[in-house]
Design a protein around this ligand. Sequence first.
Ligand SMILES: [Zn+2]
Ligand SMILES: [Zn+2]
Length: 467
Amino acid sequence: MEKDNDEDWTNYSSAQYGVGDNSWDEDSENEDKVDLGDFDFIEENFEITPAPSKSGQTHLVRLGCCNHCIGRVGGVSLVNKTLFEAGKEIRDEVLKSEPQLNETGIDVCPMCEDLFDDIDLITSRLAASLNDYEFSRLQLGFQLPSDLIESEEHIRISFGASRSHALKQSLSLEISKKIRMLIDNIEIVNENPEILALVDCLTLSVKIECRSLYLYTRYCKFERGLPQTHWSCRTCKGRGCEKCDDTGLQYPQSVQSLIADPLLEIFSAESHSTHSMGREDIDVRCLGNGRPTVIELKNPKKRNADLEKLTKLVNKSASGKVEIKKLRNSNKSEVVRVKDAAADKSYHICFKLINELDEEGNEIEHHLSDEEIIEKISELNGVELNQRTPKRVSHRRADKIRKRKVIELYDIKVNNELVEFKLRAQSGTYIKEMVTSDSGRTTPSVAELLNLKCEVEWLDVLDIHSD
Ligand SMILES: [Zn+2]
Ligand SMILES: [Zn+2]
């Protein structure tokens, strides 16, 4: 399982303007600090008021701020002007009256450490690392040394115009502008991106995180013996061994592999998962409208495809074992909706009546007529079952009693020792146990009502009653 990194990213996202205390870069401690002590005289200088006042602008020049930073906090209009141009105008004006400020002796901007000079370099590195990906929604994040963020904030708040953009926000705006000129049809967003690009402003390197692509469908499963999801080999736990022919799989195919493997190549994705509404046992078919499922493709290089064609491709390659309804685009929140949905389900079950044996091992014929059998099973119609966690799943589920309702039970047919019926039951009902009684763990049950041992022959999901 891959760790979901969403949370970590929000700390650096461009949405978090001005939040400076990230510890992402351990090295930042060792970088040259702009010592705020250098500016001690500022506090004593009462006549300095924030830009756009002359004293504020002059002081920004005195502190050695670059033209970009003077432009962005200088309090002048930026219409039809770059930050650099706006800053240069302010500086030229200041130097007219105070020419001695031309030589401040400060060669690195205390507000950005000259990062604005690197905007073109950052943008081209960003564009290069995005080159392999197809996407339309991009989110940018910037990692800055915390001491730089502090000193920038101090200067901006003390001498910059109110409502000036913080460093991260300004960098983000500048880079967004340039990257949009380099890559067509992209949107720079603050949430739900397809690609997250994180710029480390110390090393000017770019880290890309590609979000999963989600597709919704409903699948039918027509073959028994097919597990729902990828199932690792019991012997080698997925590493690959003789027993599994080095595949690492207990079963060579699963519903997941049949419906998602063909998509890997199409989307140049690394791996996939499927998120389904409930699950069926390996020996259970799923018919009717099928089971709602969201296919997740991880790290996809491509995102655009003709979903109708893809649906056909999947169905062709699954050769009748599994069939999907038309794929459509989905998202992460639909995964939650699908997994949390408590939908009623309809089933068709067939079971065998097992006669008890006498002391010599001969079968004792039961004396129930077909009508009696039908009548007794009908008693379950509308009943609430008490189901203690079945033995077969007790290793992975808490042992407790669940109450589930049989909403409707119909079409009971008796054919010698074989009996079948259909039913609609509440989400989470253990259907096999409702027939067998699971050694008395489910009550009432068919076995209990008939006072006979019952053995399930087969079970089909007929429908999942969702939306
Ligand atoms: Zn600067
Ligand atoms: Zn193995």
